[in-house]
Structure formats: C-alpha cells, structure tokens
Design a binder for this molecule. Structure first.
Ligand SMILES: C[S@@+](CC[C@H](N)C(=O)[O-])C[C@H]1O[C@@H](n2cnc3c(N)ncnc32)[C@H](O)[C@@H]1O
Length: 335
C-alpha cells in the first residue's frame, strides 16, 4: 500500500497536542482507578506517553500497522480485554462515502460490511465500549449522530488543534460501565461545563413542514450563507438573494454551504422574515452554545469553531419566523 493511501485508509493522524486532557477528563481517568492504560489504535504512542506522564505504570498499545512497534491487532474487529484497564485512544476516522471518493473503499470494506455505521470511528466506539472505562478523541459530528450515548459520562468539545496534519473538529468522550439518562451526561466546551446532554437534545429544532419552502432554488427570495466565515463578524446568516456574494446560478440540488430558499410570501414581508430569522438564529446559537450546529473545518479568527447550519434547523427557524409574521387564526373552544 502506498504511504498516502495507508495514511488515509488507517486514519494515521497522531494526537500531537494535549489540549484534550482537561482537568475534568484527568479527574475521570483517576476515578476509574485502573492500573493499565490501553490504546487499541496506538499509532505513534502519543496518548500512551501522556498516560505514562500522568502516572500509569503499565501501558499497552495495539495497532494494525506492522511498521509500528505495537502488538498487531485488528481492533475494529475486537480488542483484547485487559483486566482493570482504561482505554485512552483516538481511533481512525473514515466515512464510507469518503473512502469511496478517495478510491480506498476496498481497503476498509471488510469493516463496513460488518456494521450499519457510516464512519469507522463509530465502529471503534462500539468495540471500545466492551471495556468498562474509556476516553476517546473522536469527530465532533458524533454529538449530532444517532449513536446511543447512554454509557457516556461526558462529552468535551475541543476547539484547539490537536493534530499537525488534519483540521477535523473533535470532541472527547469519557465512558464508564453504567447506563445513564441523557440528563446525567455532562457537556463541556474545553473546561467549561455547559449543561447536560438531555438539556441540549430538548433544544433541537424540528421543522413542522407546515409552510411551503424549497431549498436550493436559485430563483428564491432568501439566501442563506449556512457556514460561519472566519470573520466572527460574518456568521451564518439569512439575507436577500441579491445580497449574497455568490453566483446563485451555481447552486445545485446538493449545495450544503450556500443556498437560496423559495417561499410563498409577499415581497413586503421578506425583509422582516429575514430579520426575525437572524434574531431567532442568534438566540438559538447563544442558548445552545453552538453545541447543536455541525462543526466545520477550520476555526474563526477568534479561535472559536466555525459552524454549519443544517437545512432542517434552518427550515425550523424560518417556519418560526414565518408564523410570527403570519400568526395562525386563534382556535376558540366554543363549548
Ligand atoms: C488516528 S491514529 C491515532 C493514533 C494514536 N491513538 C494517537 O492518538 O496518536 C489511528 C491509528 O489506528 C491504527 N489503526 C487503523 N485501523 C486499525 C485497526 N483496524 N486496528 C488497529 N489499529 C488500527 C492506525 O494505524 C493509526 O495508527
């Protein structure tokens, strides 16, 4: 296998910075009272070096790459159980879609056919959960995924760059052997506790589809720049179609970053709808600390993570603004 292919197929991006080891994560590791730290996807051994530095006398690494000096094990099939251990790892990340796009699917097909996940990191979590305790650095998109999260103790969003060779937005999950309610799972950004997972899940905006709206319709009246720019003053926003600095003729059915939306609305109400939608979006982002918006590669100039607004949430926001402008007739109970 060529070096570049191997790097992609095995997800060989090593964790070179320690910003992931926030105080509450260290506390969690200590609370496990494990005597061995295990990295089933050990790579350059950087996480095991951290484990040593925080006091683990015994460390065990596995990897599938024979050119590394670890015991060979295919940890996406199974991880040897080590008594009284905690897993500390950063597994490979690779979506089914990008494996196909990069022409390396044949290298990883054997994993995708065994599971229903669309990214290898999720299969890695499933295997690691066979251990009682673990800390895993994984893509932040995990938060918006449907992967069951009941075993988690916390999710920590890390905005600082952990890697030299990829900007994939990541978070750290800590898990133990107990099943929990989502209200018992803590969400942190760096070292700041934002709330619990249940609280954030209840804030999700779900579209009612009760108002006609067509996304990616170049002749529509409202444009949406659905991604934060690197300038904190130019966040995701709704605007009139003629205000967007983009040739809307290029918008395709698959456009996910910039769109134009067609609605049934009188021309004189468009400005108000845009203003209200932007206010609702700002309010939602503030209250949810951006936890529910998809992470986007590359931070803003102020170090915060850029975000993308998915079209379901955008639709829900536009629907709420629309209903504020066109209130439904009151239904009176005549009994
Ligand atoms: C993202 S790197 C992380 C390495 C290390 N944990 C770190 O954080 O620096 C993932 C590692 O998993 C290894 N790997 C990929 N697929 C594997 C598999 N099926 N079983 C075991 N190791 C695998 C790769 O060779 C690579 O070294």
């Amino acid at each position: 296998m060529k070096v570049a292919t191997k790097k992609m197929a095995l997800g060989q991006f090593f964790t070179k910075n320690n910003f992931w080891l926030q105080k509450h994560i260290l506390k969690f590791i200590e609370s496990a009272k494990a005597d061995t730290a295990v990295d089933p996807f050990a790579g350059g051994g950087d996480l095991l070096s951290v484990a040593k530095s925080i006091g683990f006398k015994k460390i065990i690494g596995f990897d599938i790459d024979e050119s590394l000096s670890w015991k060979i094990n295919d940890s996406l099939f199974s991880i040897p159980q080590i008594k009284n251990s905690i897993i500390i790892t950063n597994p490979p990340y690779l979506t089914n879609y990008s494996a196909k796009r990069k022409g390396i699917y044949e290298n990883v097909a054997k994993y995708f056919v065994t599971c229903h996940y669309d990214d290898l990191y999720q299969l890695a979590i499933e295997k690691c959960l066979e251990n009682d305790f673990g800390v895993m650095i994984i893509p932040e998109t995990f938060i918006n995924s449907s992967f069951p999260k009941n075993r988690l103790v916390s999710i920590t969003i890390i905005e600082d760059q952990l890697f030299f060779d990829t900007e994939t937005p990541v978070c750290v999950i800590c898990f133990d052997g107990k099943n929990k309610l989502y209200d018992e799972i803590e969400i942190y950004k760096k070292d700041v506790l934002l709330g619990n997972l249940g609280h954030f899940e209840r804030m999700r905006k779900v579209p009612q589809k009760n108002v006609f709206m067509k996304f990616n319709a170049p002749t529509g009246q409202i444009a949406l720049r659905a991604v934060d720019t690197t300038n904190p003053m130019r966040p995701i926003s709704f605007m009139r179609t003629d205000e967007i600095d983009y040739d809307v003729a290029n918008i395709k059915h698959s456009s996910r970053l910039i769109t134009v939306i067609e609605l049934n609305i009188k021309d004189n109400l468009i400005e108000e709808l845009i203003k209200l939608s932007n206010e609702l979006l700002t309010d939602f982002r503030g209250k949810s600390n951006d936890v529910l918006l998809s992470p986007f590669k590359g931070n803003k100039k102020n170090g915060e993570r850029r975000r993308r607004l998915d079209y379901a949430t955008a639709r829900a926001i536009l629907e709420s603004a629309y209903e504020m402008i066109n209130p439904q007739p009151q239904l009176f109970n005549l009994r």
